[in-house]
Design a protein around this ligand. Sequence first.
Ligand code: ARG
Length: 586
Amino acid sequence: MTDLKSRLTTVVSDAFAQAGLPAELGRVTASDRPDLADFQCNGALAAAKAAKANPRALAEEIVAILKPDPMFAAVELAGPGFINLVLSDATLSLRANAIAEDPRLGAGLEPAPRRVVVDYGGPNVAKPMHVGHLRASIIGESLKRLFRFRGDEVWGDAHFGDWGFQMGLLIVAVGDEQPDLDFLADGDGPFPSESPVSLADLERLYPLAAARAKTDLEYRDRARKATAELQGGRPGYRALWRCFVEVSRTALEREFSALDIEFDLWNGESDADPLIAGMVAELEAKGLLELDQGARIVRVAKDGDKRELPPLLVVSSEGSAMYGTTDLATIVDRRNRFDPELILYVVDQRQADHFEQVFRAARLAGYAAEDGLEHIGFGTMNGPDGKPFKTREGGVLKLHDLIEMAKDKARERLKDAGLGAELTEQDFEDTAHKVAVAALKFADLGNFRGTSYVFDLDRFMSFEGKTGPYLLYQAVRIKSLLRKADVEGHAAGEVVVVEPAERDLTLALDAYEAALAEAYARRAPNLIAEHAYRLAQTFSKFYAACPILVAADAKSRASRLRLAKVTLDQLDSALRLLGIETPERM
Ligand code: ARG
């Protein structure tokens, strides 16, 4: 199914060719002046420049070719040589009906589906999640859904941080606190069937241990040694480590699911461990490894780099795998298991250098194609002080607390707005939850991901303006209208576009495909958010201008009902791609 813009580009390109001009100049865009035209083509200006001809004369020729085509209500020359296109009501009616009948609601597919891994979320064992993880989760989930919707085969992987130095730190800290854990000391079983530590223990111990290792070098060395021994396979350490992973993962999964974030794979850094020895041997054989003060590194700096990129540390002097090591081995693992054409790493922009190191090493080793690895960086969510958001106590925020905070605010706002009064308590809670999630996600996805933004729950939660709650409210309003139509026995029917507001709504619906294609190409969910907002606003105007249930005649009522229904469906579809669900009622 082709959107109007692409179809018009074909028609106008043919006209250019017919006039003996380069067809590729026939590109059509949405009109800069929606009051004058629906679409425009500026190609005559470029054509005239190349041919040293008069642009208005060339445009006039194209206009003459296009004019007889019944798809247009008007084709006009404007300004220095622009061609303005106004579609006929019949063309728009056809398109509106086609979108309404299309299960994909007017959205297309990418020409060549690919296998794609989206690496996002990136929570760590025991370390509390911070805003970087929140953003990674929200953006990554949306990209995963978008890529899948465009036809790719996609695996979303949490890439759980379960293998680094923090594991050694925790082993030492737990061992010091619980000296009676015999299996830790002697390395023999029996191993505990239940975890000797809770998540609360880990969250309490980790910051203490991390802080102590900064100043107490003996402590730090014990933790480093424990990390190396864990990785080396010491059974007691592995047993305790499995407990750490287990308790953390259970808690994290609950938090992610509250945000409607679902990973297909919960692989961890540790899953790449069995591949590391072979990978190191291979890097060695390829002559890529260098010995540097007892450590083994891959040099990745290139001539012409603006800044010197440090080498990738593959094996530390204690013999342990580092963050970059597991990332490199994970590429090998993913290649073996999924053979992806593309891996997207949705991770804080501050890790850009890390990924550049890993990607360069992977290309040198022949593990990935030049364009097979992409870091999808993003800015931070900041507090009012302009620094990455922290809780009032100054600690990093916990996802759970954030969601609770947002839900409290949602309940309050719903009540203030006089909403939800007729809902059962459970429906009210469900709506509050959806409003909270929509507010957080839309605030994040409403800006281009590279932009940092300020955490402002009051603004995020407003029912007015470019917010999640506004969009949910619009969707719910349509749902309730459709329910009412149902009760009154009115069915939707063929769309017949007549009024300007109906034309505008059809054009807004038609723009879905272009928005998604662009969002996909630029890995930019904000373009989906933009589309959803525009669609909701256009619908609002349509609703104000065109009576639906009390339309003058049955035919236009049926037509408007169908427009309302397809708007709701497309809004729902766009919001789902952002990871946002709409409630039934408010
Ligand atoms: N666990 C990491 C962190 O907290 C993020 C992981 C990102 N993904 C990756 N493949 N390195 O910073």
